[in-house]
Write a protein that binds this ligand. Structure first.
Ligand code: FES
Ligand code: FES
Length: 162
């Protein structure tokens, strides 16, 4: 089948069998390689992207369900030259160690900040639970999310004052 959908703000059209995982289409057809294949079973979160603004496991999401939907990947949050606020916070906190889980971590965290720019520690911990990190970077990841949250709050504060 042919599927036409919006990826990082751009319309993309691909041909694939309907049950092809979105993750494969992103990586193999669209050359968006940030999302990673970890378990392929919805158990690790390495493949997390946003679908219509919500974090989903792209390894479990069939391309056949993507017609006219909006997908955002890590590439959609910023570039190496101009990282997004959360990406910059991960850099500042040195929260990325292996690079394997991090794209998924950032996309999961971004979905929280989009909905709630000032989450509590407990909310962050609960929200991030589906995403696994094997190398023990959890504290830095939480610090990065809080740092991004603080930047967002200060920006909102400036907006209120003007
Ligand atoms: S690869 Fe999708 S959850 Fe592990
Ligand atoms: S930083 Fe990726 S598994 Fe820990």
């Amino acid at each position: 089948m042919t599927v036409s959908f919006i990826v990082n703000g751009q319309r993309r059209t691909v041909s694939a069998t309907p049950d092809t995982p979105l993750l494969y289409v992103l990586r193999d057809d669209l050359e968006l390689n940030a999302a990673k294949y970890g378990c392929g079973l919805g158990q690790c979160g390495a493949c997390t992207v946003h679908l219509d603004g919500k974090a989903v496991f792209s390894c479990l999401t069939p391309i056949g369900a993507m017609q006219e939907r909006q997908v955002t990947t890590l590439e959609g949050l910023g570039t190496q030259e101009q990282p997004g606020i959360l990406q910059q916070a991960f850099i500042d906190e040195q929260a990325a160690q292996c690079g394997y889980c991090i794209a998924g971590m950032i996309m999961r965290a971004q979905s929280l900040l989009d909905r709630n720019p000032a989450p509590s520690d407990a909310e962050i911990r609960r929200h991030m639970q589906p995403n696994l990190c094997r190398c023990g970077t959890h504290h830095r990841i939480i610090r990065a999310i809080k740092r991004a949250s603080a930047v967002l709050s200060s920006q909102n504060g400036k907006g209120d004052a003007s």
